[in-house]
Design a protein around this ligand. Structure first.
Ligand SMILES: [Zn+2]
Ligand SMILES: [Zn+2]
Length: 396
């Protein structure tokens, strides 16, 4: 079993075509095994914060991981994707912060009912607030659930969707699309913000001498101030170096930047294999760097896949032909295949350029049976006599 599901192997495994890490700012970790209820954390390293994609099996996530979560993205409210939310609340509710949660229409009322299932008579003014966003086709509706008041649901307004983007910070953008699973299901694309990259050949062919001006250009790029101030660069001219002032640094950067699409992560699960879903999946997720997606059934159970509006291996193979991710990681395999998970990897066919990634069947700690739980041991002090051997009870 690998030491961790951190993504992603690209940091340690060796790929001939590209030794660089797949992502620069984000670090996805699949916290669920192949047969577990899905949960993926995405650490945004420069912020020291995380995002959660679905909230299935989360009892084994470290408290500090849960406390770093600033936004959750819930595909739909089937129990296997949302039941971990209570555990999440237990770890974060006394923190003074606002946590965003994105889900399909109806998710805000579900949050209200989940949180309304507990007594909150001991709330304090610094408790966290949830900000729930229901992502519809044209609108995003937002509600607040302030912990200081015991998490009542307060409508905060709605905004027209200009495009697919539902969440953004300096380091990444999250886009969402809605698919069908007998009910609306969200699926997501996380794209890193473009990095400052220079093409050495272009720098050379422009006759530019590398120097401290590159650092100034980089600073302006990340501050968003390219083109606002002139920059003194050094140019090589017939063996001589001479200083020159560039008025428009934006144009300069466009001429010498390295063309490289930003890394992206696609995540979808629980979708029917329909033409409408296929079109939307391909439109949002084609060419992502890493695709993490459902593959619930083996090919022989295609009828079960159709009946429950899930995907089987043949469906996933068809989608992969169009999606062509660099890496593909299947999850959410039906627990009925517990003794033959290897067959999943045999049936999946990767298109050229796609590497199939494998995760453990389960991520520990696995549930324990009674015989594995340490038996209570008697505690003796100087006033009590040890029980005789015959009286001792043991599970072993
Ligand atoms: Zn599911
Ligand atoms: Zn489902």
């Amino acid at each position: 079993m690998p030491k961790s599901n951190r993504v992603f192997v690209c940091r340690t495994a060796r790929y001939n075509e590209d030794m660089r890490p797949l992502f620069r700012a984000i670090e996805p970790t699949v916290y669920s095994g192949l047969l577990d209820d899905p949960v993926v954390s995405v650490r945004v390293r420069p912020r020291g914060k995380s995002l959660l994609l679905d909230c299935g099996q989360i009892t084994h996530l470290a408290k500090r991981v849960l406390r770093s979560v600033e936004a959750l993205f819930i595909t739909h409210a089937h129990m296997d994707h949302f039941m971990g939310f209570d555990t999440f609340v237990r770890h974060v509710h006394v923190s003074p912060k606002t946590i965003d949660l994105f889900g399909p229409p109806g998710i805000a009322a579900r949050l209200e009912r989940k949180l309304g299932g507990y007594d909150w008579n001991l709330t304090e003014s610094h408790w966290c607030t949830f900000r729930a966003h229901e992502v519809g086709g044209n609108l995003v509706s937002t509600w607040f659930l302030p912990g200081a008041e015991g998490f009542p649901l307060r409508f905060a307004g709605e905004t027209q969707r200009a495009d697919r983007t539902i969440y953004e910070n300096r380091h990444l953008r999250v886009e969402a699309e809605t698919g069908d699973h007998g009910l609306p299901v969200l699926f997501f694309r996380l794209t890193e913000t473009p990095s400052f990259l220079l093409d050495e050949d272009k720098v050379d062919s422009e006759g530019l001498q590398p120097g401290s001006w590159m650092g100034v250009l980089k600073k302006n790029f990340y501050r968003g101030t390219l083109g606002e101030e002139p920059l003194e660069i050094v140019r090589k001219d017939q063996g001589e170096c001479r200083r020159e002032t560039i008025e428009n640094t934006r144009t300069l950067y466009e001429r010498i930047r390295r063309e490289e699409p930003p890394a992206s992560l696609g995540y979808f699960t629980d979708l029917a294999f329909s033409e409408a879903n296929r079109e939307k999946i391909v439109s949002l997720l084609q060419g992502v760097s890493l695709l993490i997606a459902e593959c619930t059934f083996l090919a022989e159970d295609v009828e079960k896949a159709r009946a429950s509006r899930h995907l089987c291996t043949d469906d996933v193979n068809t989608l992969l032909q169009e999606l062509r991710p660099r890496f593909f990681l299947p999850l959410h395999l039906s627990k009925t295949y517990i003794h033959r998970t290897a067959q999943l990897y045999e049936e999946l066919r990767m298109p050229p350029g796609t590497t199939l990634l494998k995760i453990p069947d389960h991520i520990p700690p696995r549930p324990l049976i009674p015989a594995e739980v340490p038996a209570p041991a008697p505690v003796f002090d100087s006033h009590s006599k040890p029980a005789s051997r015959d009286d001792a009870t043991t599970r072993r």
